[in-house]
Design a protein around this ligand. Structure first.
Ligand code: FRU
Length: 510
């Protein structure tokens, strides 16, 4: 009896120790939602896919998103809504657009109609206008081919409430099964709106004086780029490069990504208000990881071009092991053009606002290591939420291993022979929900610099690798059985690291 009580007391203290230790190590990470991202936007409940209608207006970033508020799998699509003042802390808002008699609300964009071309404005206040695809399920079930068409809605209270236009749809289906995801921008030179629309295996451009009447201008891409799946979610925008304008056309594709499933390719070229003309026939990818899809840019951000994608993949998005909600967005990224040996590429960098969440850096210099260097010992309490920056690395094989107490490991590295970066999630935790999930993903090193520079951003269930100032990017999600609590640097041949910065990232959840 005494022995039993003694064991009971021991167990009690052991459990307390676990309970007490956990919060200290995990911050606000709850046991009910162990995979809840702490600084990436995820809906409080239910299903989410593409970012929609991203727009900056009066000091607020608006993120609308494909949302099914009735379950954690894809269903009748609504536009969810979240806002942020700093691109780091997001607050979920009431649903913005509900399905109606014309159909589900599929992906689309929002513009600030500053000149009130639509006439929806009131008392000098410009309207926000949403341009989206109506997906008519009844038509789909009846095996019609014209069940997707474009409609608009407007808001006069900064995105809080929306009125659908009584003249919807504004762009009828010409007889194409996949006819969706309008992204609209103002083309100042010709004072007109330009829409890019995914039309099955190409992008069709339309223009409009008032967002209500649309004229077809041109088609692009039937014989260019990757075509392993249907084309979706385009975006066309200019970037300054060496004093001139380079036009970027993003095109998401599902499946057919470089590491399987869905991914986003891009083209660089010129745009004359009518037609997009690419500079070459190369296929380029904005992100080689498996978890950055349907990403587009915010409108109305002035000189900055800010991109955000859906941090999942149609291959397994509906099966990932979260229970109350499904999926998150990538961190917002600023885009720019960089030239490498006279060829242009799109580079992505985490937005500087992410620095608001940084908590103090452990800076190490001139690390020389062979085999295993345990950063955990130096960096102190590793929380699973961190930014790791390495610079001036020689071009030798090396890897960064993120591990937990269970022995789960996510490995991020560089392979000299193939000149590739990689993320290996084969042993990274839960993986049985889909047979293709546990894989090693690779990405070409695009930079030709003599040394490597990396920035790695890790949240509870994701890692985003920005190599060589964002020339090669990889985003992968993973589901470790407990939080990452160790980091090792590995190099069989040995490696010296000039500068290493390990910085904790604070949770942005309330
Ligand atoms: C891309 C996509 C879009 C569509 C939406 C539906 O992920 O398939 O083409 O509008 O999702 O939710």
């Amino acid at each position: 009896m005494v022995r039993k009580i003694f064991i009971g007391i021991l167990c009690f203290f052991a459990i307390q120790a676990i309970n007490i230790n956990l919060p200290a190590q995990t911050g606000d990470i709850s046991k009910e939602e162990p995979h809840r991202p702490q600084f990436h936007f995820s809906p409080k409940k239910y299903w989410m896919n593409d970012p929609n209608g991203m727009v900056y207006y009066n000091g607020v970033y608006h993120l609308f998103f494909q949302h099914y508020p009735g379950g954690i799998k894809w269903g009748p699509m609504h536009w969810g809504h979240a806002t942020s003042k700093d691109l780091s802390h997001w607050e979920e808002q009431p649903i913005a657009l509900y399905p109606d008699s014309l159909g589900y609300i599929f992906s689309g964009s929002v513009v600030v109609d500053i000149n009130n071309t639509s006439g929806f404005g009131k008392d000098g206040k410009p309207p926000l206008v949403a341009i989206f695809t109506h997906h008519n399920v009844i038509g789909e079930q009846a095996k019609r081919i014209d069940y997707q068409y474009q409609s608009i809605a407007y808001s006069l209270d900064e995105g809080k409430t929306w009125m659908k236009y009584e003249g919807n749809p504004v762009l009828n289906n010409p007889g194409i099964v996949d006819f969706r995801d309008p992204k609209v921008m103002w083309y100042e030179l010709q004072k007109k709106w330009v829409m890019t629309l995914a039309t099955k295996d190409r992008i069709t451009l339309y223009s409009s004086p008032d967002l209500k009447t649309w004229n077809r201008e041109s088609d692009f891409g039937k014989d260019l780029g990757a075509h392993g799946g249907v084309w979706e979610c385009p975006d066309l925008f200019p970037l300054e490069h060496n004093g001139s304008k380079v036009w970027v056309l993003l095109v998401s594709i599902n499946p057919g990504g470089p590491n399987g499933g869905s991914a986003t390719q891009y083209f660089l070229g010129n745009f004359d208000g009518k037609q997009f003309t690419p500079v070459d026939t190369a296929t380029r990818w904005i992100d080689y990881g498996t978890d950055n899809y349907a990403g587009v840019t915010f409108s109305n951000t002035g000189k900055r071009t800010i991109f955000m994608g859906w941090m999942s993949n149609w291959q397994y998005a509906q099966d990932v092991p979260t229970t109350n909600w499904r999926s998150a967005m990538t961190i917002p990224r600023e885009l720019e053009i960089k030239a490498v040996k006279n060829r242009m590429f799109l580079a992505s960098k985490p937005v500087k606002e992410l620095n608001n969440l940084l908590k103090g850096t452990v800076a190490l210099k001139d690390i020389k290591t062979k085999n295993n260097y345990d950063l955990s010992a130096k960096a102190g309490n590793i929380t699973g939420l961190f930014q790791l920056e390495l610079s001036d690395l020689p071009l030798n094989d090396f890897s960064i291993v993120m591990a937990n107490e269970q022995g789960d490991e996510l490995v991020i590295g560089y392979d000299k022979t193939s000149n590739q970066y990689y993320i290996d999630r084969t042993q990274s935790g839960k993986k049985d929900f889909e047979s293709g999930f546990a894989k090693r993903h690779t990405a070409p090193r695009i930079s030709v610099n003599k040394t490597i520079k990396l920035k790695l951003i890790a949240d509870v269930a994701s890692v985003e690798l920005f190599a060589d100032d964002g020339l090669t990017v990889m985003t992968d999600i993973f589901f470790p059985r407990s939080l990452i609590s160790r980091i090792y640097l590995k190099s069989a041949k040995g490696i010296s690291i000039k500068n290493l910065n390990y910085t904790k990232i604070a949770s942005a959840l309330k």
